[in-house]
Every structure is written in structure tokens, then in C-alpha cells.
Design a protein. Structure first.
Length: 330
């Protein structure tokens, strides 16, 4: 189905819902503001259903172009700020924004500015401000080192309140809040022996054992293929930071103990190696907002968690910038 055919299908669907709505509102609703809300909410409800639209036989580039054309069609009143009355409209904008950034092949890992400049070409207004805010706030949370770019973006927004909220998002990303987590029976590998620790506050334990050092915490599971792939980059990472005030700690969660021991024996995983059982794994993941594996955490020289979205071992240049910010004298 082509973009034009899909659009016609969408319009027919919209008119069908509209006819049903008119039958209801003619008897029960007279407020034009409420009726206008219904119309917009129906429209963006439909847009949410068609986000996976793919024209048969098209490649990924053509698919993105088709989706952009569909979502920016005048039917959807794209960039009409009145559409914010519907809670579904921001979803419409978020999808559109992701396709635009991907279509321009923006490398978000290096800088957020090129992506923001793409979005600045959109019609000025609150809709564009939202596009920028959602893109930038997600970027600085995922890639903490890019928070340094925020001051240069103050003039990007038509409404300064969006920049204010962006500053707040950056502040939240800089001050990660994790709950105190006392784990029991934490195990660690000492040479070829597995030893157990008594109940301990994980952060206090790590900061006391490695005083004055930045800690790069690799949180993984033995069954996680991406985790194991990233471990192949660990030796080069350790060589790169040799002699620096940083220690590499590996923490295995939600895995059988025997598989953890087997992995360490077979792969010779470098760094300090620890293990938590299932109950303590769940406790830590909840308190540290860990949603999946692998997760990389940076802890500063004072024992404070600075990010739970640190770069991966396969991203050494970006990771070095993040570590440099923490290894300077504090």
C-alpha cells in the first residue's frame, strides 16, 4: 500500500469514527471545545496505530521517507500547537522526530547539535520546541557526556520554558538518585576461590574498598549475548586506562552461580568480579533503576553514582570523555 493509499484508508477510518462521534455528541455534548478535543484525540489515536506502516517492497530508507510523508501530511495538522489538547499528539511528534533524525543519519553518540539543527528546520512553535526537548533530554540522559552541549542550545527554543525544563533534565541526569541497597551473601572471586561477604551496603563497600578511585561497574548476566560480546573489548579498555585512577568491577546478576564461575574460568574476565543471587539481584535492579543487561554504571571518587547509562567498552572514545570528567581532582 502506497503512502497515498494508506492516507486514504486513514481518512476513511477517521470519518467512520467521526460519524459515530457525531451521533453521540449531537445528543449528549454541546461544548465545541469538548467536540474539538474528541476530533483531535481520534486523529492522533489513529496515527499511533499506523506507526509501523511499511510500503510493500520498500527498503528501510524508503520506509522512513514514507512514514515522514504520512505523518507530516496536512491531514494530521502537523505543527499545529492546538493539537496538544490530545495526549496522543506528543506521541505523533516523537515518532516523526525519530524518523527525521534517522533519515539524516545523525550520529547521536558524538553530538546532539547536528540532530537539533535538523529539527530546527521544522516550523517554529511549541510543537518544534517539544521535538527539540524530547530529543535532547533523551540524549543527555543516555549519553551523559553530551550534557556539556546544553548551554549552547538556549536560543533553540521559541518558548524559554522548554530550555528551563531541559536544564532540569540535565540536572537530574547529573545527580542520579539510587536507594541504599544492603545485599546479603555477595560473592566474589579471589584468585581461584569464591568467597562470601556478610550483609553490606553495596556502594559503601565498593567506595571503601577502592578509595579515591572512579569505579566502572559492568552489570551483566551470563546468558546475555550482548554482555558477553562487550566483554571481548574489556582487555583493550583496561590497557587504555592503565595507570589511571579507575577500577573495573564486574557484577553478575540473575544467573546461576555455577554459570558465573564457569564464565570467569573460561573467559578470564579481567577486573574485580562479584555475584548476587536472584533475590539480591532483584533488589539491586529495583533500587538502581536497572532495566536490562548489560548496564554500565560510573561511580565517582566519593562513592556517588553519576550515571547508570555509561558508555560501553566497545565505545572507548566516548567512555574516555565520561571517565575524564570524573578522574579530575575533585
Amino acid at each position: 500500500m502506497s503512502v497515498a493509499e494508506m492516507l486514504e484508508t486513514v481518512k476513511k477510518d477517521y470519518n467512520r469514527y467521526l460519524a459515530f462521534m457525531n451521533g453521540y455528541t449531537s445528543q449528549h455534548v454541546t461544548d465545541p471545545i469538548v467536540i474539538d478535543f474528541f476530533k483531535r484525540d481520534i486523529k492522533y489515536g489513529i496515527s499511533n496505530w499506523i506507526t509501523d506502516y511499511v510500503e510493500e517492497g520498500s527498503d528501510s530508507s524508503s520506509t522512513r521517507a514514507g512514514r515522514i510523508a504520512l505523518f507530516s501530511d496536512p491531514f494530521f495538522e502537523y505543527a499545529n500547537d492546538s493539537n496538544f489538547v490530545s495526549m496522543m499528539y506528543p506521541y505523533h511528534l516523537d515518532y516523526y522526530r525519530s524518523w527525521k533524525i534517522e533519515a539524516d543519519k545523525i550520529k547521536k553518540e558524538e553530538s546532539l547539535i547536528p540532530g537539533a539543527q535538523v529539527l530546527l528546520k521544522e516550523p517554529a512553535g511549541i510543537s518544534r520546541d517539544y521535538l527539540l526537548f524530547s530529543y535532547l533530554s533523551a540524549g543527555i540522559t543516555k549519553i551523559p557526556v553530551l550534557q556539556a552541549e546544553i548551554p549552547s542550545m538556549k536560543n533553540y527554543f521559541t518558548d524559554p520554558v522548554f530550555y528551563h525544563y531541559l536544564e532540569l533534565a540535565a540536572d537530574r541526569a547529573r545527580h542520579v538518585k539510587v536507594r541504599k541497597t544492603v545485599v546479603s551473601a555477595m560473592q566474589y572471586m579471589s584468585g581461584t576461590k569464591v568467597l562470601s561477604l556478610p550483609d553490606t551496603d553495596l556502594l559503601n563497600f565498593l567506595s571503601n574498598k577502592y578509595p579515591g578511585k572512579v569505579i566502572y561497574l559492568d552489570v551483566y548476566a551470563t546468558w546475555c549475548a550482548p554482555c558477553l560480546k562487550e566483554m571481548t573489548f574489556a582487555p583493550a579498555l583496561h590497557d587504555k586506562f592503565a595507570g589511571r585512577q579507575i577500577v573495573f568491577v564486574n557484577l553478575c546478576l540473575q544467573s546461576p552461580e555455577k554459570d558465573w564461575i564457569k564464565l570467569l574460568q573460561q573467559k578470564k574476565v579481567p577486573g574485580e568480579n562479584y555475584f548476587l543471587n536472584d533475590d539480591n539481584s532483584k533488589l539491586l535492579m529495583g533500587n538502581f533503576n536497572i532495566s536490562g543487561f548489560p548496564t554500565y554504571i560510573l561511580i565517582d571518587r566519593r562513592g556517588n553514582v553519576k550515571t547508570v547509562n555509561a558508555s560501553r567498552p566497545s565505545q572507548p572514545e566516548r567512555l574516555e570523555k565520561e571517565i575524564d570528567l570524573l578522574t579530575v581532582k575533585q
